[in-house]
Design a protein around this ligand. Structure first.
Ligand SMILES: [Zn+2]
Length: 70
């Protein structure tokens, strides 16, 4: 991977807001728009990949503690 640090929280590169508008039909090509300034922050597919990369790490850490034999 070699992508360095990712955070689940995504912020608008223009205004720093973390509030985004997601279209009802959420495809990988759907553009996500910042609610604050209206900037398109990118297609959902790209954001999803970043989120899932981080989420997988978080879930993996939780799974280790969650699946303990009794
Ligand atoms: Zn913005």
């Amino acid at each position: 991977m070699g992508k360095g640090t990712l955070t689940v929280e995504i912020k608008c590169t223009n205004c720093g807001s973390a509030v985004f508008q997601f279209p009802d039909n959420l495809t990988d090509d759907a553009l996500i728009q910042c609610v604050e300034c209206g900037k398109n922050v990118g297609p959902y597919g790209a954001l999803k990949a970043a989120i899932q990369g981080q989420a997988h790490t978080v879930i993996g850490a939780h799974t280790e503690t969650a699946i303990k034999p009794r």
